[in-house]
Design a protein around this ligand. Sequence first.
Ligand code: BGC
Length: 345
Amino acid sequence: MKKFVALLLAMIMVLSLAACGGKKAEEPAKESTPSQEQTQTPEVKEGGTIGVCIYKFDDAFMTTYRNALQAILEDKGYTVTVVDGNNDQAKQNEQINTFITQGVDALIINPVMTSAAATIISTVKSAGIPTVLINREPTADEMAAYDKLVYVGCDAAQSGTFQGELILDTPNKGDINGDGKVSYIMIQGDPENIDAQLRTEYSVKALTDAGVEVEQLNLTRGDWDREKGQTICANDLAQFGDKIEVVFCNNDDMAIGALQAIQSAGRKVNEDIYLVGVDALDAALNEVKAGNMTGTVLNDATAQASAAVECMEGLLNGDTYAAGEQSVYVDYVKVTPDNVGDFMK
Ligand code: BGC
């Protein structure tokens, strides 16, 4: 564990050096010690007020993420308000406007809908608020509209590729029944979200790129939700039975749901079916360790929260971002029974 914490810290430090490559603001000339009056002016960049908008609190991964974000910000002396968008973009738009009216120094926003990014960006730009978008990546063109804006997240394609590789690393490369092809079901997150789109595509592409034939039995949206994951997997098991060799889930919460369905159907992961997720939630790490999940992929909430805060501080100090250079990525990490211990608390 100590080794892992040290590794994580080292990774965060490397990331801190590499991340947030905004154009550095000129160092302001230090003339005199700021007076009490000056510390209340908007020029003061430390210990400011930060508004954080989360797409919905009722999301397992975003709960870990927002807790990390809040802890890091508070630790640094910021006054933080974190609000729940309840998966409702209109509500989140109001929350953003309220933060702007209240005069927050910076915003960190996890958009409800990626398609709303252009509107969000135009709102924060008009108000001149430095903004970090997280978790749901807009297009580079949309971000180019505002140079005090940066996106912090991960390269979703990488997590998909890692999921595919977890299956390729099994003794039969996913072809449990030896019929020459891997028959799978895909339980997808919200398909509006680029993470869902790219994980769906790249998990399968890793297999086909390795020359493995695949057969998709079903693809169903589970909206990142555990209960939906369970229902979808139960229905698919009832319909396709032993034909299903691999269950790909775009995230761990749906994979945990799918596992319940797999166990109820009397199937055994890693013997007659494979199951992979993404996020490395604590519950999933336990299941990987117990052999009830083939593997997962660490979606590093703490590292992303650190990078988001670091970028925010850069923006507060006047950094600007050139078009095409506004995305900061944290690496995913493959989690298998061999290394799962490194990730457990
Ligand atoms: C995570 C999901 C989460 C989603 C929310 C993804 O990156 O893997 O667990 O539900 O973000 O947008």
